[in-house]
Design a protein around this ligand. Structure first.
Ligand SMILES: *Cc1c(COP(=O)(O)O)cnc(C)c1O
Length: 478
């Protein structure tokens, strides 16, 4: 660059020269490294970031914060800087995290993780055509339900079943199909809010069914339902309390009494089971969670439950029950609006197969984690502490393994704790809140529980193969 005959002492000219020293976009684009960036991020994004980079150089130069040497140095570093900018711009928003909270069905962390085999099956079918709605034997249109109905029937004893996007959708569809414009009778003790804006009265009003509350918050009797039944009644509804429980002087009507009442009056009975387990989890300390088959054998017409809570499958709303009722739901145009895609069906089919072969306890991650022996968790917590000590020594802070409790979560097994062991870290030189924050910003981020001056790690929810990585991340954050 030639200065020509300008007066170098004039500040305006000096600035002019400085700005002239900043290359044009095309000059930077010609640099060898830019080819790789263009291939990776595309020309449009690359140009946008190059312009952004140059604009910031000009702005800094105009503000007198850069001299010619610095501009030259920054331009030489342009490929690296632009790569950083592009990577930041294109960083994934939805990312893997390590769940060290001990909450197995953590709604904020995506609920039930799928097994590698199930995830593989989803990936395999996602990339190809499949017989989603095609009857291969007859060469005619088939039904999405065909791929899981037989499995569901074998697992639960249901006459029929169907699946929608999630359990909130299942409840909406069932109420609309069975009780639109009519009254749905439900106990005042069961008008629950699940969190994330799912409230029974609100879903009810959106469904077009009219809410007919009976009983009181803590006690509802069979005669309360009986008295509410009239010409406008369309449905008797029972709702699982999910994330809360009424204790003390309470009374709720057992399911079989409710179904008997429904039969006497020719009314369908629906049960929103929420979590809906296929297995009896009493042996892992989760008592009183009704299984789907138990609800069906009590004579309920329609049972709804989530795919990604205790079942441990994909997000879905699973509906099982009597054939006549399920046919009504399937014929409803709302069903079309709530239907699931092939990936959900692939994951459900695989999950149901795991239950049928009796391996769910070992291979369905959520079930495996709920059933995990405290002794196994304790060993993993101890190994973690040993790894931290050998990586950072005394700097690590105070490290212990303490008894504690894990949670099922997801509105399942309300208030039910499962005994566990926790690795507890009282950090040196930073607060527990600071360590918690730091761990959330790692790659992958680690989500933990903090109580007072300690950060807790519950290995129940740390997935197979993550233990060592977790120790490395935590050691790097201490
Ligand atoms: C969780 C839950 C729902 C909502 O299910 P999603 O699958 O989250 O839509 C509805 N009813 C009950 C009783 C629940 O526990």
């Amino acid at each position: 660059m030639s200065a020509g005959k300008v007066d170098r002492s004039a500040p305006d000219n000096k600035l002019h020269l400085l700005l002239q020293g900043i290359p044009a976009v095309d000059a930077l684009l010609g640099l060898q490294e830019m080819g790789a960036l263009e291939a990776e991020f595309g020309r449009e994004l690359l140009l946008a970031e190059l312009r952004g980079f140059l604009t910031s150089l000009r702005r800094q130069a105009a503000a007198g914060r850069l001299d010619a040497d610095e501009i030259e140095r920054l331009c030489a570093g342009a490929p690296g800087e632009v790569r950083t900018r592009l990577e930041r711009r294109m960083a994934f928003s939805l990312r893997r995290v390590i769940n060290a909270t001990g909450v197995v069905i953590h709604t904020n962390l995506g609920r039930a993780p799928l097994s590698p085999a199930t995830a593989g099956r989803v990936a395999e079918l996602a990339a190809v055509y499949c017989n989603l709605e095609y009857d291969l034997r007859q060469g005619v249109r088939g039904s999405r339900n065909d791929h899981f109905c037989r499995l569901l029937a074998e697992l639960t004893g249901a006459e029929a079943g169907t699946v929608v996007n999630n359990n909130a959708g299942a409840v909406l569809l069932a109420l609309n199909s069975l009780s639109e414009g009519r009254e749905t009778v439900v106990s005042r003790g069961e008008l629950v809010e699940i969190g994330g804006s799912f409230r029974i009265p609100d879903v009810m009003s959106k469904s077009g069914a009219r809410l007919r509350e009976v009983g009181t918050t803590n006690r509802t009797h069979l005669h309360d339902y009986q008295r509410a039944i009239g010409p406008d009644t369309g449905l008797l509804l029972k709702v699982h309390g999910s994330n809360y429980r009424i204790v003390g002087f309470t009374r709720e009507v057992p399911l079989d009494e409710l179904t008997r009442l429904g039969r006497e009056h020719g009314l369908p009975v629906m049960y929103d089971l929420g979590s809906g387990s296929l297995l009896d989890l009493a042996d892992c300390g989760i008592a009183g969670e009704p299984t789907v088959s138990a609800a069906l054998s009590a004579g309920v017409d329609v049972v709804t439950f989530s795919g990604d809570k205790l079942l441990g499958g994909p997000q879905a709303g699973i509906i099982v029950g009597k054939k006549a009722a399920i046919e009504k739901l399937d014929a409803n145009p709302l069903k079309r609006a709530l239907r699931v895609d092939k990936m959900t069906i692939a994951a459900l089919e695989m999950t149901f197969r795991d239950y049928l072969t009796g391996r769910a306890g070992e291979v369905v991650p959520a079930v495996r984690m709920i059933r995990m022996e405290p002794g196994v968790i304790r060993r993993r917590a101890r190994l973690f502490i040993r790894r931290l000590k050998s990586a950072v020594g005394e700097r690590a802070g105070e490290l212990e393994v303490l008894p504690g409790s894990s949670r099922v979560g997801g509105g399942a097994a309300p208030e039910m704790d499962i005994p566990t062991w926790l690795a507890a870290v009282r950090p040196n030189g930073q607060s527990s809140a600071a360590l918690e924050r730091r761990l959330r910003r790692q790659d992958p981020p680690v989500v933990t529980r903090v109580h007072e001056d300690r950060v807790f790690f519950d290995f129940r929810t740390v997935l197979p193969g993550e233990d060592k990585l977790l120790a490395t991340i935590v050691a790097g954050s201490l």
